[in-house]
Design a protein around this ligand. Structure first.
Ligand SMILES: NC(=O)C1=CN([C@@H]2O[C@H](COP(=O)(O)OP(=O)(O)OC[C@H]3O[C@@H](n4cnc5c(N)ncnc54)[C@H](O)[C@@H]3O)[C@@H](O)[C@H]2O)C=CC1
Ligand SMILES: O=C(CO)[C@H](O)[C@H](O)COP(=O)(O)O
Length: 297
């Protein structure tokens, strides 16, 4: 098969590499020249514009977008879709909001598949887990590409109609936030608690057979090994948050309570703030009602 790939960053390069490895042809473009050169080294045909991706592919064209969610997806689609036919297929493999994916599938002429991608750059060797939404016919046609990008045939599935792929990925990320928070809290108690414990040893022991074993736990073991048991100079600041925010928004709309995921998201926001007015007020109120000492900054 032939696949166009637009967006050759951390994730797009892996899509290119795995699709080429499986014996398919790739036409690739990124606004960044260095990223294009890297894809060319892997064996992709690189072109210098989005329209040229469409022009270099033969019908039926399949184009995989791996650009940041939001405006970059719309910008790429605006340049790409005038050069595609109704039979062609665009796959958005990024972390787009599922509502945007539903709108885009309705708005653009070529068939649109939304594809949640999990595994991250660190999972490149293994292949990704792919959660696809959209028309079954287009999904079936692209099976060889999905087999190549995913861990294999078991690593991808058509989840439902347009939006369903990104919806499942959104919830996946909500779970990811809560798991990270749970591991974080457990290790914090182990570090601050009554025994002098080695967190790397604990993570390794749990990774081998424990109920709570997981890839995130393996990454925790790696973190303690590489940074030290106290995580050295790693900052108390967690970035990101969009997919977790969407998960919580959806839980409110659906009236499905997700206290753990909300709490994990709130902890992220908390990590980015300076002194909090709410905590300072509580400090002052304790003086008000109990004449407890006011701690001053
Ligand atoms: N990094 C990760 O662990 C994961 C990322 N994702 C999602 O995959 C998507 C891509 O992520 P990364 O590869 O990590 O981002 P990245 O920032 O490494 O790469 C994005 C690439 O898109 C290019 N780009 C932006 N606008 C473009 C345009 N209009 N035309 C052509 N190229 C354009 C940039 O130059 C850059 O090379 C995002 O939606 C991200 O949320 C999904 C799962 C895991
Ligand atoms: O989708 C992912 C992992 O599954 C990406 O790494 C994503 O960036 C994680 O979300 P956040 O940036 O909010 O932590």
């Amino acid at each position: 098969m032939e696949l166009g790939v637009i967006g050759l960053g951390r994730m797009g390069q892996i899509v290119v590499d795995r699709v080429l490895d499986a014996g398919h042809d790739v036409v690739a473009f990124d606004i960044d020249e260095v990223a294009r050169a890297s894809a060319a080294e892997m064996g992709a045909e690189t072109v210098d514009s989005i329209p040229a991706v469409a022009e270099s592919l033969s019908p039926t064209r399949h184009v995989w977008l791996m650009v940041p969610a939001g405006d970059p997806v719309d910008a790429a689609l605006a340049e790409l879709t005038p050069h595609l036919d109704a039979d062609d297929v665009v796959i958005d493999g990024g972390n787009s909001n599922f509502k945007d994916s539903v709108d885009r599938a309705e708005r653009i002429e070529p068939t649109y598949l939304d594809c949640g991608t999990s595994g991250g750059p660190a999972g490149a060797e293994l292949g990704f887990s792919l959660m696809v939404g959209g028309e079954k016919g287009a999904y079936d046609d692209l099976e060889p590409v999905f087999d190549a990008v995913a861990t294999g045939p078991e690593g991808h599935e058509l989840m439902g109609p347009s939006g369903a792929g990104h919806y499942v990925k959104m919830v996946h990320n909500g779970i990811e936030y809560a798991l990270m928070q749970a591991y974080g809290e457990g290790f914090e108690l182990l570090a601050e608690g009554r025994y002098d414990l080695d967190l790397e040893d604990i993570a390794r022991t749990w990774t081998n057979g424990a109920v709570v074993r997981s890839w995130l736990l393996e990454l925790a073991e790696e973190s303690f090994r590489e940074e030290g048991s106290d995580l050295g100079d790693v900052a108390d600041h967690v970035a990101g948050g969009s997919t977790g925010t969407w998960t919580v928004q959806e839980s409110l709309e659906q009236e499905v309570p997700l206290p753990l995921i909300y709490q994990a998201l709130a902890e992220r926001f908390n990590s980015r703030s300076g002194p909090r007015l709410s905590r300072r007020l509580a400090n002052r109120l304790r003086y008000g009602f109990g004449r407890h000492e006011i701690k001053r900054q």
